[in-house]
Ligand binder design. Structure first.
Ligand SMILES: [Zn+2]
Ligand SMILES: [Zn+2]
Ligand SMILES: [Zn+2]
Ligand SMILES: [Zn+2]
Length: 419
């Protein structure tokens, strides 16, 4: 908002609050009326130095600390922080007092330097709300928010435990928004993303209250039918699930599934609209999916596995020591771990196989970060993955496996710290 506060003629703003009579007086009498108004509003005193300039009434008053607006009392500091990190939020926009601008007009003066920005913000929020297909379709203010790279719907019921606190769905939506922003920043770093040119769409991620709403949303917005979870990668990525009791009953369950899938979606849309998993890039795709989840939560518990079951799990999501052990066992039997994975898609891998991909990706990030973008670019052009390793790491797959395993035994602990 800062930066645009002084360009708007103040007459428009002041007109909203003044009586028609005062407005006429102000317009007709110019400077004389300014003095007149100042006399009417004692709280506007102390601005004597501004009276001679045309912007006198834009200086606010002592009550609003010279802002022209006051903080809307409906939002606490935590809300303000959260709202400040998203572009728009429908829950904030639903505030009857401020319409999501988080400020209300000062009732003691005719505005100040922040008034114009608040007006502009209100107009932008209104336009955003009117654009929403989701709200239009469901005929209600569905809880949703937008960030630089995501449009999130988190239409969930109940309270969620986070640490020792209980939070509502709105706050959880903002935690999820922060999680997806964290992932976007990580993906940007790994693949040297230029946001303006490398993405083709915003990622849409939805969690609906019931399976009925989910099916309805997928039918209405995707023009297709889905009985289970819905995930579309590549062009215009969409992820849709519903708040099944059990599966998504906790804040952690919801946050991890959004965080994990956010990375698959971003990368599928990056550089070229193509999911690399069916084109020899399952190992990279699986690896990065777990990597960002692990970076955010210090573990990874979400698996994209066809026909996934509750048994799909590797070492309770805490992997470094377990991977180290797996590498040592493979070494003692003279077995390799990577080659068979290079032919698999993400969803056809087992949980331990996905964990291996995570670790291999972990090694690439640590030891060969500048190879990530060209490797992804190559996979998007459907170049053979083994060729890409040779070209960008200077080693074939077997040599890469050797180097990765060596790095694992140098850097991963023998035992995880107890939590
Ligand atoms: Zn004021
Ligand atoms: Zn919000
Ligand atoms: Zn408000
Ligand atoms: Zn995954």
């Amino acid at each position: 908002m800062p930066g645009s506060t002084t360009s708007r003629p103040r007459g428009l703003l002041a007109a909203r609050r003044r009586s028609p009579l005062l407005r006429l007086v102000a317009l007709a009498a110019g400077l004389a009326s300014l003095t007149f108004l100042a006399a009417l509003a004692p709280a506007a005193g102390g601005e004597a130095s501004g009276v001679t300039s045309a912007g006198a009434l834009q200086d606010g008053c002592r009550r609003c600390k010279g802002r022209g607006v006051k903080d809307c009392p409906k939002h606490d500091d935590i809300d303000r922080d959260f709202e400040g990190r998203v572009l728009f939020c429908s829950v904030a926009a639903g505030c009857e007092d401020c319409g999501g601008t988080l400020v209300i007009d000062c009732d003691r003066c005719d505005g100040g330097p922040e008034s114009a920005a608040a007006e502009e913000r209100r107009a932008a929020i209104t336009a955003w709300m009117e654009r929403s297909e989701v709200a239009k379709h469901f005929e209600r203010n569905v809880p949703r928010c937008e960030t630089d790279h995501f449009e999130l719907v988190l239409d969930v019921a109940g309270k969620f435990k986070v640490g020792r606190k209980k939070i509502d769905g709105h706050r959880l939506m903002h935690l999820v928004a922060d999680d997806t922003s964290f992932v976007a920043a990580g993906v940007a770093e790994h693949f040297e993303v230029k946001p303006e040119e490398d993405y083709f769409a915003k990622m849409r991620m939805w969690m609906w209250p019931t399976s009925k709403d989910h099916v309805e949303a997928v039918r209405a917005f995707m023009n297709t039918s889905a009985r289970g979870d819905f995930k579309l990668l590549g062009r215009d990525p969409v992820f849709s699930v519903w708040q099944e009791p059990g599966l998504f009953a906790t804040a952690q369950g919801i946050r991890t599934v959004f965080t994990h899938n956010a990375s698959h979606m971003l990368v599928s849309n990056l550089l070229r609209e193509l999911d690399i998993s069916p084109h020899g890039g399952g190992w990279l795709d699986a690896g990065l999916g777990h990597w960002h989840e692990y970076a955010r939560f210090d573990r990874s518990v979400q698996y994209c596995i066809e026909e996934a079951s509750a048994l799909d799990n590797f070492s309770n999501g805490v992997w470094r020591a377990a991977i180290r052990k797996m590498c040592e066992r493979a070494a003692s039997k003279g077995r390799t771990l990577l080659p068979s994975l290079f032919n698999k898609t993400t969803t056809s891998m087992t949980a331990p196989e996905q964990a291996i991909c995570w670790s291999f990706y972990d090694w690439l990030v640590a030891e060969h970060p500048s190879a990530l973008r060209p490797i992804l670019m190559g996979l998007k052009q459907k170049t053979d993955a083994r060729e890409l390793l040779k070209e960008h790491l200077g080693m074939g797959l077997l040599k890469a496996e050797e180097a990765w395993r060596e790095w694992v035994s140098d850097t991963y602990p023998k035992k995880e710290k107890t939590r």
